[in-house]
Design a protein around this ligand. Structure first.
Ligand SMILES: *[C@@H]1O[C@H](CO)[C@@H](O)[C@H](O)[C@H]1NC(C)=O
Ligand SMILES: *[C@@H]1O[C@H](CO)[C@@H](O)[C@H](O)[C@H]1NC(C)=O
Length: 485
């Protein structure tokens, strides 16, 4: 696969950047094999205040780059530690041949205060680690409709490629921006919860809305996410408890991305543990906002391994990934308990939230859980066709998997989870997952996060939270429940 920096070395980006803008945009549309595509991963700065040096970012940079990710979108609020952490991240990016850019979170920044954004853009624009697109400083956001792009450009005093998370429904014209991020990587009811009967806004609907709004010449940042599950009870002020349909989303959405071929893709997210859509390591240094009770023991880096051949295909303009013989693997995932497991006696969300008007809060099993399937999901990444056998508890199924990527599922069974690849009756790969499916509620709670593993075991095999990442693990838990599990 080609990284952003190797493109720079080849002078390809420089060539692209010096062409006249209209010619370049036209060429991008017409040329199926052009190579200016970039992949980002959304990185939450709000949970890394405990990092002590640029080196604390190195492992994230190294792993992301190895998967083909070009830049981290650094989600920042207005906390005092932000600038120090931004400096560390920018310095580490440079040291590791990665790029970063700021994604201003307008739950904290004010849309009426473009100056606060401009000050930070200007301050970090000179760092080598800053992502530039079309020779401009790349700037993005989380929400932010109402921000005045011209004010931001004037006050920053540097050329900006502005690709905020504006919503077409809230900002009438895309004329003042260069591109935009769509956040909705999950099918929803149109109101930030799981689809309901008669209300189903798909991820593909979002692609259509954004690409139509942006027109042919502006850069669409298409979202992709592997999962969504959050389960904060009244033990924290930000109680929220819902899931979005996830299941095989990581596979089906990558397939859509290869067909759509947007200019940019943003993985949601690298490290948002609280909403269970991290693809980075658990061991990545961070603090605990109360998520550790559903995150510990639930590695996700197998999803990053799975992304690598899709990212390579996306950049090469191919519709399907190719897998080298040495890179063959099975990536599998499942929830730790069937939906029927009853955790009512000990779950953290059996009490009302402090704020009765909190529309993100639901008691018991997370809102939207009914749409999730009790299944074990497997993606085979094969150099040549093979026979895949999956056993989930007492359920065993065998599939004839083709070369390339293919997805399969088996009904979830309580007990051991085993995965095998054979060719010509001979075993090629085989593994039993570290995590059994169980009817016992882990930490006493409804945990709808996913356990992700690979065969053969990759770096994710021994991945676990560090002490600071589980500092709040018992907060709100029932007396006597075993936690960590
Ligand atoms: C399309 O892009 C590729 C890679 O940048 C380039 O080699 C090729 O010449 C381009 N084709 C056309 C028709 O512009
Ligand atoms: C929403 O629509 C998509 C596309 O038709 C479909 O795959 C999905 O199952 C629907 N979800 C619900 C909950 O109806």
């Amino acid at each position: 696969m080609r990284s952003f920096t190797s493109l720079l070395a080849l002078g390809l980006l420089a060539t692209v950047a010096t062409a006249a803008p209209t010619t370049r945009a036209l060429a991008r549309r017409q040329n199926e094999t052009d190579t200016d595509r970039l992949v980002f991963a959304h990185f939450m700065m709000g949970i890394v205040a405990n990092r002590a040096s640029a080196a604390d970012y190195d492992n994230d940079m190294r792993l992301a780059k190895a998967a083909g990710i070009d830049a981290f979108a650094l989600n920042i609020g207005t906390d005092a530690y932000n600038e120090k952490q931004l400096d560390y991240a920018y310095v580490s990016a440079e040291a590791n041949g990665m790029k970063v850019f700021m994604s201003f979170d307008f739950h904290y920044f004010e849309v009426g205060n473009a100056g606060a954004v401009a000050t930070l853009v200007k301050k970090f624009s000179g760092y080598t680690g800053q992502l530039k697109v079309d020779n401009k400083v790349f700037v993005s956001s989380f929400v932010g409709d109402g921000l005045n792009p011209q004010q931001l450009r004037d006050q920053a005093g540097v050329d900006i490629y502005l690709a905020p998370n504006f919503a077409p429904a809230k900002t009438a014209s895309a004329a003042p921006v260069d591109g935009a991020l769509n956040w909705m990587a999950w099918d929803s009811d149109g109101a930030n919860k799981a689809p309901k009967p008669g209300k189903n806004v798909t991820v593909g609907d979002g692609d259509a809305t954004y690409t139509q709004w942006l027109g042919a010449t502006k850069g669409y940042i298409a979202p992709i996410s592997p999962w969504f599950s959050t389960h904060y009870g009244p033990e924290v002020a930000y109680s929220k408890n819902w899931v979005f349909p996830s299941d095989l989303l990581w596979y089906t959405r990558w397939t859509q991305i290869l067909a759509l071929r947007p200019r940019f893709v943003e993985i949601l997210t690298w490290n948002d543990y609280g909403e269970s859509h991290y693809v980075g390591p658990l061991a990545s240094p961070h603090t605990d906002d109360g998520n550790s009770k559903w995150v510990h023991g639930m590695p996700h880096t197998g999803w990053l391994d799975m992304a690598a051949p899709f990212i390579a295909a996306y950049k090469a303009g191919k519709k399907t990934p190719e897998v080298a013989e040495a890179a063959e693997k099975l990536v599998y995932w499942y929830r730790p308990t069937p939906k029927t497991a009853d955790c009512d006696a000990t779950d953290t969300t059996m009490l009302p939230a402090a704020d009765p008007a909190n529309e993100n809060y639901f008691m018991g099993r997370p809102d939207g859980h009914a749409a999730l399937e009790d299944a074990v999901f497997v993606v085979a990444l094969l150099h040549s066709a093979g026979t895949v056998t999956v056993s989930s508890g007492a359920n065993t199924e065998t599939f004839e998997a083709p070369a390339g990527a293919s997805a399969w599922k088996v009904a979830m069974g309580v007990g051991k989870q085993t995965f095998k690849l054979e060719r010509g009756g001979k075993e090629v790969l085989s593994e039993t997952s570290k995590r059994d499916v169980s009817e016992t509620c882990p930490c006493g709670i409804y945990n709808f996060n996913a356990y992700v593993g690979t065969v053969p075991k990759g770096e994710g095999g021994e991945d676990e939270l560090a002490a600071e990442g589980m500092a709040a693990i018992r907060k709100g838990l029932a007396e006597g429940v075993k936690c960590p599990v």
